[in-house]
Design a protein around this ligand. Structure first.
Ligand code: 7RM
Length: 650
C-alpha cells in the first residue's frame, strides 16, 4: 500500500472542466452548496423529481444501522421509468437500442417498452406471482432482461438477477436463499460466437429448487422453436416467454409500493463462502439512481448513453436500467464481447449508434490499451462527449489512454466509486464542475458523507486509511436478505457507528479520494467481486483436494488474478490433468470468472501456530516478492519451499 500511495501522490496532472462544458453542464456548484446547507432537503429535492402516488411524511427515519427513506411515500418504480414518459414527446423516443453479438438489432421506444413490460407483468401475475414474491432472472444481455426487471417492479415482485456467467450451483444457491418461485431465463446467449446454454444450466439448478413453480424461457433464437438442443421444455413448468406474453394485455396497473418495499435482491461476494443477498428498497434507491445518472452523466434529452455493464451486476441495475430510464434517456445495450468478431466492436457500436456518454470499467480499458490505438482510431468517435469508469481503481496510465484515444482529448472522465451495497454512485467528479486528476475518484457526490479513518476508527483529514460512510444515504442497502445479524456484523461492527466499505483509500491535500482496493478477503477480478473463501470452498469440494488457500495477485488486464495453493488428499498424485480438472471444477461451482489462473500443488501450506493459513505470505509468493515476516509461522521452511516451487512452476 505504501508504494501505491507514493506513486499516486506524484500524480500532478489536472484536468479542469472546459469553459464550454461548464457553461452547459447539468450539474453546478449550487448542488454541493445546497447539500452542504441541508443534506436531507437536498435528497428530498431529488426525490421530488420522481412521481409519487402518495407523498412521504418523513424524509429519513434512522435507527442505526437501519434507515427508512421517504417513509409514508408510495410510488411504483416501473411507472417512474415508463408511464410518466408516455404523455409527452418522449413517448416515441428510443428507450433501449439493443445489439446482439451476432449483429441483430432491436429498438424499443418508451411506448413499445411500456407495452412489453405490461404484458410481462400480466404474465407473471398469471403464473401466480404476487407482491413481495421473489423472481430470479438468469438472462443474457437482451432487452427482455430489462423488461423482466421492470415487470417485477410493476407488480411489486422482488427480482434477483443472477449474472448469466454464473454456474448452475451459484444459480441454485441464489434461488434457494431467496426462495424464488419463478425463474426467467433464455435458451442461450451469445459470447464470442458461442452459445452459452443457459436453459440447460438453469434446468440443472432448478432440479434442486423446490420453490420454483415456473420457468419462463426467452427464445434467443438460434435453432428456432422446436430446436430442443438448447432448451428442453418441461411440460407444465416451462413456458416460452413470447407465447406467454402473446396472450396478455399490455395494460397492467402499477402496484402502489411503499417507499421501503423491496425492489430487488442482488447477491454479492463477501469474506465468507456464502454470497450475501443485498437488499434494496424502492423510493430511496430510485432517487439516488436517478439523481446520480442525471448529474454524473450530464444527461441530456438527445444523449445515447452506453453503460457496458451486464444487468447481472449492480452497475447494470442502476445505470443500464433504473437510472437512465427514470430520466427518460436512451440507452444502448450490447449482448456480447468487446473483441467479437474483432477488437474494434465497441468502437463500431459507438460510431453506428452515435453514443454520446460511455461508461465502462478499467479492466476493459486496459484490454483496449493492449490491443492498440489503431482500433479506436479507425472509427468515428466524435459523438462522444463524456466518459465514465467504474469497478476498480483506474490506473493513471489507463485514465490518460482513455482520455486521449477514446475521448480524443475533449471528454471529461468521471471515475465513479460505489458498491452493490451503496446502490448508486458515491464518490465521483461532476462534469463541468470538478477538476479531475487521473486515478482519483475525486470527491463525494452531494449529500454523501464519507470519512477516512485509521485502524482505530479515528477520523483523518488526509493520508491513507479506510473509507467509511458516516451518514445514511437513500440508495443504501437495507439489510442482507434473511440475515440482519450478518448485515450489522459485516458493515457496521468494524468501526462502530460507521458503515465500513471494505476499501482502503487515501485522501490528498485537496480532499480528493484515491481508492486503493479491498482490504478484506474479497478479490476484484476484472471488476467482479469474488470472495477468496468462495473459491477455496469450491476447490475443497473437489474429491482430490484436502486444503486450499486462494489469493489475488496483481494482473495487467484483470486488475487481480486468482492464485490457488492446493494440498491434495493422501494417495492423490498432482498432475497437469488434475490442475485442469480443478479449474473446471471451480467454473462449475461458481462460474468461469472464478477460475484460478495459477494452481500450485503443495504438501503443506504456511500456517501460524494457531493453524491460520498466512495468505499474506502466499500473496508475496504469487506476486514474486521477497517474503515478508515469517516468524509467526509454525514451520518457516514451508513457505520458502513454496516460493521455490512457484518460481519453477512453468
Ligand atoms: C459498482 C461496483 C464494489 C467494489 C468497491 C471497490 C471497487 C468500484 C471503483 C472501485 C476504485 C472505483 N460494485 N470499486 N468502483 N474502486 N475506484 N471507481 O463495482 O459491489 O461490484 O464492487 O469495487 O473495491 O468496494 S461492486
Amino acid at each position: 500500500m505504501a508504494d501505491q500511495l507514493d506513486t499516486l501522490l506524484d500524480e500532478g496532472r489536472r484536468f479542469p472542466p472546459s469553459a464550454e462544458f461548464a457553461a452547459n453542464a447539468v450539474a453546478t456548484q449550487a448542488l454541493y452548496d445546497a447539500a452542504a446547507r441541508d443534506r436531507l432537503a437536498f435528497w428530498e429535492e431529488q426525490a421530488r423529481a420522481l412521481d409519487w402516488m402518495t407523498p412521504w411524511t418523513r424524509v429519513l427515519d434512522w435507527k442505526a444501522p437501519h434507515a427508512r427513506w421517504f417513509d409514508g411515500g408510495q410510488l411504483n418504480v416501473a411507472a417512474n421509468c415508463l408511464d410518466r414518459h408516455l404523455s409527452g414527446p418522449r413517448r416515441n423516443k428510443a428507450a433501449i437500442i439493443w445489439e446482439g453479438e451476432p449483429g441483430d438489432r432491436r429498438v424499443y421506444t418508451y411506448w413499445a417498452l411500456a407495452r412489453e413490460v405490461g404484458r410481462a407483468a400480466n404474465a407473471l401475475k398469471r403464473l401466480g406471482v404476487r407482491k413481495g414474491d421473489r423472481v430470479a432472472i438468469y438472462l443474457p444481455m437482451v432487452p427482455e432482461a430489462a423488461i423482466a426487471m421492470l415487470a417485477c417492479a410493476r407488480i411489486g415482485a422482488v427480482h434477483s438477477v443472477v449474472f448469466g456467467g454464473f454456474s448452475a450451483e451459484s444459480l441454485r444457491d441464489r434461488i434457494q436463499d431467496a426462495t424464488a418461485t419463478v425463474l426467467i431465463t433464455a435458451d442461450g446467449g451469445y459470447r464470442r460466437g458461442q452459445v452459452l446454454p443457459l436453459k440447460r444450466i438453469a434446468d440443472e439448478a432448478v432440479a434442486d429448487c423446490p420453490s420454483i413453480r415456473h420457468v419462463v424461457v426467452v427464445r434467443r433464437g438460434h435453432g428456432g422453436e422446436g430446436d430442443e438442443s438448447f432448451a428442453e421444455m418441461t411440460e407444465g413448468r416451462d413456458h416460452w416467454w413470447h407465447r406467454l406474453l402473446d396472450k396478455e394485455s399490455p395494460h397492467c396497473p402499477p402496484e402502489a409500493m411503499d417507499s421501503e418495499d423491496l425492489l430487488f435482491i442482488l447477491y454479492t461476494s463477501g469474506t465468507t463462502g456464502k454470497p450475501k443477498g443485498i437488499v434494496h428498497s424502492s423510493g430511496g434507491y430510485l432517487t439516488q439512481a436517478a439523481a446520480t445518472t442525471k448529474y454524473v452523466f450530464d444527461l441530456r434529452e438527445e444523449d445515447i448513453f452506453w453503460c457496458t455493464a451486464d444487468v447481472g451486476w449492480v452497475t447494470g441495475h442502476s445505470y443500464v436500467v433504473y437510472g437512465p430510464l427514470a430520466n427518460g434517456a436512451t440507452v444502448l445495450m450490447y449482448e456480447g464481447a468487446p473483441d467479437w468478431p474483432e477488437r474494434d466492436r465497441f468502437w463500431k457500436l459507438i460510431a453506428r449508434h452515435g453514443v454520446t456518454v460511455f461508461y465502462t470499467a478499467p479492466t476493459a480499458i486496459r484490454a483496449f490499451m493492449k490491443w492498440g490505438t489503431s482500433h479506436p482510431a479507425a472509427h468515428d468517435l466524435s459523438t462522444l462527449r463524456l466518459l465514465g469508469s467504474v469497478g476498480e481503481p483506474i490506473n493513471p496510465e489507463a485514465w490518460m489512454w482513455y482520455h486521449e484515444h477514446v475521448g480524443r482529448g475533449n471528454c471529461p472522465i468521471v471515475d465513479t466509486w460505489w458498491q452493490t451495497e451503496t446502490g448508486g454512485i458515491m464518490i465521483t467528479a461532476l462534469p463541468g464542475v470538478t477538476t479531475t486528476k487521473p486515478g482519483s475518484a475525486t470527491t463525494p457526490f452531494p449529500g454523501i458523507s464519507v470519512e477516512l479513518v485509521d485502524t482505530t476508527g479515528k477520523p483523518m483529514a488526509k493520508g491513507g486509511g479506510f473509507l467509511t460512510l458516516t451518514e445514511p444515504w437513500p440508495g443504501m442497502l437495507r439489510t442482507i436478505y434473511g440475515d440482519d445479524a450478518r448485515y450489522q456484523e459485516t458493515y457496521w461492527s468494524r468501526f462502530p457507528g460507521r458503515y465500513f466499505a471494505g476499501d482502503g483509500a487515501k485522501v490528498d491535500d485537496d480532499g480528493y479520494w484515491w481508492l486503493l482496493g479491498r482490504v478484506d478477503d474479497v478479490l476484484n477480478v476484472a471488476g467482479h467481486r469474488i470472495g477468496t473463501m468462495e473459491v477455496e470452498s469450491a476447490l475443497v469440494d473437489h474429491p482430490s483436494v484436502a486444503e486450499a488457500a486462494v489469493v489475488g495477485k496483481a494482473h495487467e488486464l484483470k486488475g487481480q488474478a486468482i492464485a490457488a495453493f492446493v494440498t491434495v488428499k493422501e494417495g492423490v498424485k498432482p498432475s497437469a490433468e488434475l490442475r485442469d480438472d480443478l479449474r473446471e471444477h471451480v467454473a462449475r461451482k461458481i462460474g468461469a470468472i472464478a477460475k484460478p489462473d495459477d494452481i500450485l500443488f503443495s504438501a503443506d501450506l504456511p500456517k501460524t501456530r494457531s493453524g491460520k493459513i498466512m495468505r499474506r505470505l502466499l500473496k508475496d509468493i504469487a506476486e514474486g516478492r521477497a517474503l515478508g515476516d515469517t516468524t509467526t509461522l509454525a514451520d518457516p521452511n514451508v513457505v520458502a519451499r513454496l516460493k521455490e516451487m512457484y518460481e519453477d512452476k512453468e
